[in-house]
Design a protein around this ligand. Structure first.
Ligand SMILES: Nc1ncnc2c1ncn2[C@@H]1O[C@H](COP(=O)(O)OP(=O)(O)OP(=O)(O)O)[C@@H](O)[C@H]1O
Ligand SMILES: [Mg+2]
Length: 243
C-alpha cells in the first residue's frame, strides 16, 4: 500500500542572506524512486539535508514531514571508513543499529556489487567504482525505508557510471520497501533510474517541472525509446534556459 513518505510544503531555506530554496512543495510516496536534477549550487544537497534532518546553520520556513523509521544517506563524498576493510565497513550499520549481522544477505549483496574476493581490501586499495558500490551496499544492507543518494556517481567516468546505474537499479529491485531520493546532474541517469524527475531552477531553487519516467525498464533499453529522448530534450532545454 502506498502512503506519504515525505511531505514538503512551501519550504524556504536561507543561509544568512543567501536564499537557497525558494518555496518548494513536494510529496513523495512510499516506493517512489525520485530524482532531483538541477544546476550546480542550486540547493539540491541542502534539500536532501533538510529532509534527513541534518541541516545546520540555516533558516528554515515551511513544512517538512518525514515518515521514515530507517534512513540511509550516501553523501557526495566517499564515506567508507579508511581503517576498516570492505566487509567491516558493510558490517558497520549492523553495529550502529545493534542488530545481528545477516551474513547470508551480506554475501549476496557483495556478489551483486561484484566485490566478492575483495572483502578484505581497504578503501585505499579499491577503484572509485568499487568504493561507490561498497558505499551503496553499506547504505542499503539494513533495509532503509528511505534511501537518500547525493550524486553517488558524480566522480566516475561515463562508462563506469553506466555500469553503476545498472548495479543501482538491480539493488533497488531487491528493495521494494525502500523509497529513494536521488540527486544527480545527469539527465539520463535521472530518467533511467527513477519514476519521477524533479527539475530545479538556478539558486534559489524552485521546481521548474516534474517529469514522469519509467525507470523500471532496463537502463540501456530505455535510453533509445522515443519517450526517453523527448523527456531528455525537454529537461536539457529547461536546464539550459532554452525554450
Ligand atoms: N553550510 C552552509 N553555509 C552557507 N552556505 C551554504 C552552506 N551549504 C551550502 N551553502 C550554499 O548554498 C548553495 C547551495 O548549496 P548546495 O550544496 O545545496 O548546492 P547543490 O545544488 O547540491 O550543488 P552541487 O550540484 O554543486 O552539489 C550554495 O551557494 C552554497 O554555497
Ligand atoms: Mg550537492
Amino acid at each position: 500500500m502506498k502512503y506519504l513518505k515525505v511531505k514538503i510544503k512551501n519550504l524556504i531555506i536561507s543561509y544568512g542572506t543567501l536564499r537557497v530554496i525558494d518555496n518548494i512543495s513536494l510529496s513523495i510516496n512510499s516506493g517512489d524512486i525520485i530524482s532531483i536534477i538541477g544546476p550546480s549550487g542550486c540547493g539540491k544537497s541542502t534539500l536532501l539535508k533538510v529532509i534527513s534532518g541534518i541541516l545546520k546553520n540555516a533558516d528554515i520556513a515551511g513544512e517538512i514531514r518525514v515518515n521514515a523509521k530507517r534512513l540511509s544517506y550516501v553523501f557526495q563524498e566517499d564515506t567508507l571508513l579508511p581503517w576498516r576493510n570492505v566487509i567491516s565497513n558493510i558490517f558497520l550499520p549492523y553495529e550502529l543499529l545493534n542488530i545481528p549481522v545477516d551474513t547470508k544477505k551480506v554475501r549476496e549483496f557483495i556478489k551483486i556489487a561484484s566485490l566478492d574476493g575483495f572483502e578484505n581490501y581497504y578503501p585505499s586499495q579499491l577503484s572509485g567504482g568499487m568504493k561507490r558500490r561498497a558505499d551503496l551496499v553499506k547504505a542499503v544492507i539494513t533495509n532503509p525505508d528511505l534511501l537518500i543518494l547525493d550524486e553517488p556517481f558524480g566522480a566516475l567516468d561515463a562508462y563506469t557510471r553506466m555500469k553503476m546505474q545498472i548495479f543501482l537499479r538491480n539493488l533497488l529491485k531487491e528493495l521494494t520497501e525502500t523509497t529513494t531520493i536521488l540527486v544527480t546532474h545527469d539527465v539520463e541517469e535521472a530518467l533511467s533510474l527513477s519514476n519521477r524527475v524533479i527539475v530545479l531552477s538556478n539558486r534559489p531553487a524552485k521546481i521548474l517541472d516534474e517529469i514522469r519516467s519509467n525507470g523500471y525498464k532496463d537502463p540501456i533499453d530505455i535510453r533509445v525509446t522515443e519517450e526517453f529522448i523527448e523527456n531528455k530534450k525537454k529537461i536539457l532545454r529547461m536546464l539550459g534556459g532554452i525554450r
